[in-house]
Write a protein that binds this ligand. Structure first.
Ligand code: ADP
Ligand code: MG
Ligand code: MG
Length: 310
């Protein structure tokens, strides 16, 4: 008896980049499906290896050790991603700032630790993207402030998802979803029907606040419920408002829709810091980008294009 390779859905998920990476795709046969799937996971591991700031062997960790001493040559991939991060810093007047890590590296969410008063004092003003000097011509990065550390956690998973989708396309796949934690992108639709994504309820575990149909789009959700600890009524979580150097507290969750996951990822973090009013004002000025915000009272807010749609 021989197995007949036939068109089918293939799915797999693996722990990478400190989260769950999952892929679901439609392939014409088993071999195409397995090869495409393997290519995505290999790429995700490669990106994690380069960009994980906690892995001393990563390119990012090397940059953090050396860039305040002298300009460091960086890969083309990191140059493009850091350039994009700086673009969102300028666009948001610093709400998105990869130098947030200068302070956040002293948080330990699992053991409920935060920077000491003395550390805070010493780090005042250290979060400041203006002190990141990216030389696009020489492809180097320099930190003008020795206290700076950078972390691409607000944008790298989106980039990885985009790379995953590009690889699937190069393997001839036309219908798929790739997710890395809260960052996802769907390719095509689900055989004539949309992909349906649930947006996590920020305060009710395993419940959706909303479900939305999607095709050919990226979607990212940033929430204050993923990595956090409580200190009395105060919620300390992983999204840092660069202005206060504390967790951003204006909203509970932000979902952004864009063509590419690198943009939905950076913008979900950005809008989380900006809050409802400034966040929607920013999104409404960007064509092709939408947002759904759940504010600090649990109320839903939509960007202009979503309000107009039926
Ligand atoms: P997730 O990590 O679940 O994808 P987000 O996309 O919202 O969630 O990104 C949150 C991550 O962004 C944090 O874990 C941290 O690495 C990074 N981050 C936190 N605050 C900022 C900020 N102000 N600017 C840029 N990146 C940030
Ligand atoms: Mg994000
Ligand atoms: Mg993200």
């Amino acid at each position: 008896l021989s197995t007949v390779a036939s068109a089918d859905w293939f799915s797999d998920s693996q722990a990478i980049m400190g989260t769950t990476v999952s892929v679901e795709l439609w392939a014409e046969d088993e071999q195409q499906g397995q090869r495409a799937m393997a290519a995505v996971f290999t790429e995700m591991r490669r990106i994690d290896k380069a960009m994980n700031p906690w892995d001393e062997h990563s390119e990012l960790a090397a940059i953090n050790r050396q860039a305040a001493i002298a300009p460091v040559l960086i890969s083309e991939e990191l140059q493009q991603l850091i350039s994009k991060a700086l673009y969102y810093s300028r666009l948001s007047e610093g709400a998105f700032d990869i130098s947030f890590a200068s302070v956040s590296q002293y948080y330990r969410f699992r053991s409920a630790k935060k920077p000491s008063a003395q550390q805070r004092q010493q780090l005042q003003g250290a979060i400041n993207y203006h002190n990141l000097v990216l030389d696009e011509k020489n492809r180097s990065l320099f930190f003008k402030d020795a206290r700076i550390s950078i972390d691409l956690g607000g944008i790298a998973k989106g980039h990885a998802v985009d790379r995953g989708i590009a690889l699937l396309q190069s393997h001839g796949i036309h219908s798929a979803i790739v997710s890395a934690g809260g960052d996802s992108r769907v390719l095509g639709d689900k055989h004539g029907r949309p992909w349906v994504m649930g947006i996590q309820h920020p305060r009710k575990k395993d419940q959706h606040a909303l479900r939305i149909p999607l095709a050919n789009t990226a979607i990212s959700t940033s929430g204050d419920y993923e990595r956090f600890f409580m200190e009395g009524e105060i919620r300390h979580h992983h999204i840092i408002n660069p202005q206060t150097a504390e967790s951003a507290r204006a909203v509970q969750s932000v979902t952004v829709l864009a063509d590419k996951a690198v943009d939905s990822d950076a913008l979900s973090t950005t809008v989380f810091v900006l809050g409802v009013k400034k966040g929607l004002a920013l999104i409404n000025q960007l064509p092709g980008i939408d947002a759904i915000i759940i504010d600090d009272q649990g109320l839903l807010h939509y960007s202009a294009d979503l309000l107009l749609s039926p």
